[in-house]
Ligand binder design. Structure first.
Ligand SMILES: Cc1cc2nc3c(=O)[nH]c(=O)nc-3n(C[C@H](O)[C@H](O)[C@H](O)COP(=O)(O)OP(=O)(O)OC[C@H]3O[C@@H](n4cnc5c(N)ncnc54)[C@H](O)[C@@H]3O)c2cc1C
Length: 453
């Protein structure tokens, strides 16, 4: 029974084909975790029973110890601190376990090898996806340009194969040469280890924006997007190291483009946060094209994965975001304002965004201004909740408030449907408020990514 459970477990915790269906990555991860716990308990009981029955052998002992080590190293606290080490160790331990099972049940070899087969099939599917996106006659592979946004990075990836994207989708990003491109690179033992491990790291990020690169726009007519934009929050691993490949910081690029830079401190005196700007607002998608072309990084992209929510069926849509989670909501807003015909467009669209970092407001405001400019019939309201700071802005379509999300505020606002991309505690709080309201016409939908801030 334990071995049968290992077959779906071997597919991995991020079975992305499943997340293209109705199953969210978080639900699938929980399924993987619970099935893992059940398989470990079954395997341990089996090992203990064998020991009591006097069956002496290496395989039950190795199998039992491996199960205990897998259980201990899979704790969330370990994953949070040492994700990459955990990931590689998890796969290695799984192979040791399958070898022990193989040795133990040798006559029924198919039974023991099926988890390996499942793992191989999944790997091949992922490799095929990467190759299909990467290889195209005349193209040189994907190229990523990184810009420093303060607490986050903007990563523009020019794709070798254009593709149609949907809101709510995410991709896995690998930058194999990141450790080599570092100016900060030191000749320590760790940097040598990083050189070997970094090309193997792939991290999921929501697609915040996509567009056709400028040089190709002249051809006219609809063309599939060939550039995706990701917003990556600085954590302690791969994301922090993006600074090494950064082509510059956003303030310099914007100054070069003469884009108005808004900051919380400046908003009250010199320049209030802008109300909708007229069409012709400098195209944010050209930020990356302003930096040296030599600063591009070779990139490997897997995906896109994830299922898009159909928000056109709702009369009112409330979107909640915290921190960089706003990057996941922007494509939904853009789609509702740009693609939906007037009769299918929700009558009220509101974005509530809580952030502690005024740098985030700086870069997101350019996108927000563009969205407000698209909203000709006043469907859209955007409220920014700044955790600290003294400024406030009370425009018709854009409000900036010094306050955090709380139950009272959420209960006041939820008269309709909502879809959050928020921190764990905020997501739970919104869900609780909706359940308490006992209104069957309110639907709660959560996006694939829960930001840490
Ligand atoms: C579907 C999905 C979409 C996401 N979209 C975004 C986004 O748009 N912007 C953004 O900033 N972040 C996003 N994330 C989170 C992002 O993947 C992690 O923050 C990033 O991988 C951290 O890398 P790190 O090495 O710097 O992290 P670390 O500092 O090593 O760890 C920080 C946290 O990230 C987790 N983590 C580390 N590596 C991975 C990985 N490969 N897969 C999943 N979790 C990991 C760790 O468990 C830990 O909790 C998304 C995550 C998922 C699952």
């Amino acid at each position: 029974m334990s071995v049968i459970n290992f077959i779906p477990l071997a597919v991995g915790s991020h079975a992305n084909f499943a997340t293209n269906s109705r199953i969210s990555p978080r639900t699938y991860l929980q399924f993987h975790q619970w099935l893992g716990i059940i398989a470990i308990l079954e395997g341990l009981l089996h090992s203990i029973a064998l020991a009591f029955s006097g069956w002496v052998g290496v395989s039950p002992v190795v199998g039992g110890i491996t199960l205990v080590v897998i259980f201990i190293t899979s704790r969330v606290s370990v994953q949070r601190r040492f994700y990459e080490v955990f990931l590689k160790a998890h796969v290695l331990l799984a192979f040791i376990l399958v070898s022990a099972i193989f040795y133990h049940v040798r006559p029924t070899v198919v039974y023991a090898l099926s988890p390996i087969l499942a793992w191989l099939v999944m790997r091949l599917m992922r490799a095929a996806n990467i190759l299909h996106r990467q290889i195209r006659a005349g193209a040189h592979g994907h190229e990523a340009t990184i810009l420093d946004l303060g607490g986050a990075f903007l990563v523009c990836v020019k794709l070798s194969r254009p593709w149609d994207f949907q809101p709510g989708q995410y991709v896995y990003l690998t930058l194999p040469n990141l450790s080599r491109s570092s100016q900060l690179h030191t000749r320590s033992r760790w940097s040598l280890v990083e050189r070997f491990t970094e090309p193997l790291q792939s991290h999921p990020f929501m697609i915040a924006w996509w567009h056709r690169s400028r040089d190709d726009c002249s051809q006219g007519g609809y063309q599939q997007p060939d550039t995706v934009v990701l917003i990556v929050e600085k954590c302690k691993g791969f994301s922090e190291k993006l600074a090494r490949g950064s082509a510059g910081d956003i303030v310099n690029v914007k100054e070069r483009l003469q884009i108005h830079t808004w900051s919380k401190e400046r908003s009250t005196e010199e320049s209030p946060a802008p109300e909708p700007v007229a069409a012709g607002f400098p195209d944010i998608t050209c930020w990356c094209s302003q930096v040296e072309s030599t600063s591009g990084q070779i990139a490997i992209i897997e995906g896109p994965y994830g299922r898009s929510l159909d928000l056109g069926m709702y009369d009112r849509v409330l979107l909640f975001a915290t921190g960089v989670g706003v990057a996941a909501q922007i494509p939904y807003l853009k789609k509702m304002l740009e693609d939906f015909p007037e009769r299918r467009r929700p009558q009220r669209i509101a974005l509530y965004w809580e952030t502690i970092d005024s740098n985030q407001v700086g870069w997101a405001l350019d996108w927000i201004s563009r969205l407000l400019a698209m909203d000709e019939r006043d469907h859209l309201l955007i409220q920014i909740f700044l955790k600290d700071g003294s400024s406030s802005q009370d425009g018709k379509k854009l409000k900036c408030i010094t306050r955090t999300f709380d139950e009272k505020m959420v209960a006041e606002e939820i008269q309709s449907h909502s879809g959050p991309c928020v921190r764990e505690d905020v997501g739970d709080m919104i869900q609780k408020v909706i359940l308490q309201s006992l209104r069957p016409d309110i639907h709660f939908r959560e996006l694939s990514f829960r930001p840490s801030t």
